[in-house]
Write a protein that binds this ligand. Sequence first.
Ligand code: 13P
Length: 336
Amino acid sequence: MSIEQLESIAQAMVAPGKGIIAIDESNNTIKKRFDAVGVENSEEHRRAYREMLLTTPGLNEHISGAILYDETIRQSTKAGVPFTKIMLDNGILPGIKVDKGPHPLAGFPGEVVTEGLDGLRERLNEYARLGARFAKWRAVIAIGEDMPSSTCIDANCHALARYAALCQEAGLVPMVEPEVLMDGDHDIDLCYDVTEATLRSLFASLYEQGVMLEGTILKASMVLSGKDCAEQADIEEVAEATIRCLKTTVPAALPGIVFLSGGQSDEMATAHLNAMNQMGPHPWPLSFSYGRAMQQAALKLWAKDMAGNFAAAQNTVAQRAKENGLAALGQWSRAA
Ligand code: 13P
């Protein structure tokens, strides 16, 4: 795989008006989502739910790629067509979550480091054979009393950069995701400082490990007030702070930045992205890679009546894709 090929995959991921749907919940995380709507967490339910999402008519109009979980990339539709074939036939790039989740960081109570580097080269080669075109690794940075430590930030960014270099060796575009959590009562200024420090460490580590930025996508968290902060920054403030933070830390050579939704409501996730794009042009396309903000409305409908609400759930997914696609162009309005 040449750098040009990685570059063109990365550019396709952030094509104008398109973004990513993240459906890479681990079996533990999807259990939480299913529990909330009363669905049993069986392999067949997970398969059927992901089939509903991935076969949404017209999904490719606003969705360039979908991030899958290890179990999902091996699954097929009820009719026996591999999910990856359905996706590639429809021009939707298969992505794969390859990290093994956050684990306690020794010596730093309350902080975590994402694991999964052991055996990663072999796993990436297998995922590439299965049809993956890009991968995702999520690091988790929590804000709290005396947190995050620089040790936590640097350990996570080092792992992200090692992962990214291995992805490029395997011909996969690395999506690097350092998520600064919304949990806590901190204000937006503290979120800004932590996000800035994290992105500085990330891009220093990527440089150190020889990662080609032209073939890399950043999955960023927005600069927000903590969920429990008494004073919530408004949409314009969030958009302005996020853009300012990205401009001071992210090289222009990067082909694009996508955001996670991180627990924001569907509408806020869309409104924030739209406001940022209305402040453009920016050095990179800004789009979405939402999990909950793409799926939660559809999951509720599907859970109530899997067969009866199948089409209605798909319509909801298509609507969320359309709204976020418009937001990626700065053309969304509440009535869209
Ligand atoms: P949310 O949009 O639900 O935060 O999920 C995105 C994601 O992929 C987190 O890794």
